[in-house]
Design a protein around this ligand. Structure first.
Ligand code: SAH
Length: 348
């Protein structure tokens, strides 16, 4: 029989569980504190929980834990990239970045991905499975323990499409921002999506204060369809209406992610089309020089083209920044590290 994943339960649910296994409600508070504040790796280290109760918990619940497979640290900017093994042996990667305003962690939301974006390494072998809320938290908890520093920002921009794992994502956000847990402010959480319109609308209605980032990458339908299969499902017109709705519902400005690929989407014409498309929307554009993936033949835009692109947007009154490329020397874009590891294992 499959047992309940204890780290994915809210404090209220955990209290109800204590009644089921014949323990007092205050035990839920203790367990929750061990899991989400002290970041315990298992029941064994919970010193104020009686042995008999630990055993009972072990029988009744699953306690997820990650194993750190590798950590790479950038010599340039201190960025760290982690490869973790999940309980079932699947791998995910996470990135830790230090900024002036605090430490940021980029987490994965799925093992693999089924969205099929052409330039992305995470999707090359399709979706393996969704991550549990606890497994998303575990990436942050493991990194907090390893660095010994508080994480203040979380971006769900690693492998996977978070809105394709909607219920688990929401539960993860609830636990992450809970005052009894790490208590990270919703405003410091960013969720990045390739643009699943119905889920974006649903998310808008949750009225969270998180930032929604939309991976746009092209400002014309035809071009976007070449890069991102999801664009066959939802047109840019629908997508833009949905972004306006998101802002209306939450008051939160949308971030557009735009990865620049040489001669594909980085021309002056592309910048003008983009400016027209998002005119009037309360938004911010993040320009990212595409990270070459060896299985794909996309090439990074030249620095000059990136700067000209940003300048044109600025001239049109659009708020745009060029993303600093952190950790370039330690394996760029999402999915690359896991992929390389799996390939190396195959070769052995
Ligand atoms: N599925 C979500 C989140 C994961 S991808 C999404 O699509 O937004 C996080 C971001 O990295 C997305 O904007 C994605 O398009 C981008 N990305 C993926 N591969 C990349 C690469 N090789 N170079 C630059 N950006 C890439």
């Amino acid at each position: 029989m499959e047992t309940k994943d204890i780290k994915s339960l809210t404090l209220e649910e955990l209290k109800a569980e204590m009644a089921v296994i014949g323990e007092k409600p205050f035990r839920a508070v203790q367990l929750y504190e061990w899991m989400h504040r002290k970041l315990s790796r298992g029941f064994a280290e919970m010193s104020n929980i009686p042995m008999a109760m630990k055993e009972k918990c072990g029988e009744n619940y699953t306690y997820t834990a990650l194993r750190t497979v590798s950590v790479q640290e950038s010599a340039v900017d201190g960025t760290k990239k982690y490869l973790f093994a999940l309980g079932d042996g699947n791998m995910v990667e996470s990135v830790w970045m230090r900024y002036k305003h605090g430490n940021s962690v980029c987490i994965s939301s799925q093992v693999g991905c089924r969205m099929g974006c052409r330039f992305c390494a995470s999707t090359l072998d399709g979706l393996v499975r969704n991550l549990l809320p606890s497994e998303m938290l575990d990436q942050i908890y493991a990194i907090t323990l390893e660095t010994g520093e508080r994480v203040s920002n979380v971006v769900v921009m690693g492998s996977g499409e978070p809105l394709d794992n909607y219920e688990n994502l929401l539960r993860f956000i609830t636990l992450l921002t809970d005052a009894n847990g790490l208590n990270i402010s919703q405003r410091n959480v960013t969720v990045s999506t390739c643009g699943i319109v119905p889920k974006m609308r649903k998310l808008a209605e949750e009225k969270l204060q998180i930032t929604l980032a939309l991976s746009l990458h092209a400002a014309a339908d035809e071009k976007r369809r070449e890069l991102m299969p999801i664009a066959h499902r939802y047109s840019l017109e629908e997508l833009m209406a949905c972004c306006a709705y998101y802002f209306e519902q939450t008051g939160r400005r949308i971030t557009f992610e735009y990865s620049l690929v040489r001669d594909v989407n980085d021309t002056r014409q592309d910048a003008e089309t983009l400016a027209l498309l998002i005119r009037g929307l309360n938004c911010h554009v993040n320009l990212i020089p595409v990270n070459p993936v060896k299985e794909r033949n996309y090439v990074q835009s030249e620095r000059k083209a990136v700067e000209a692109f940003a300048a044109l947007l600025a001239k049109k009154g659009i708020n745009a920044t060029i993303r600093r490329e952190m950790g370039r020397d330690i394996d760029g874009a999402c999915g690359q590290l896991r992929r390389r590891y799996i390939e190396e294992m195959k070769e052995r």
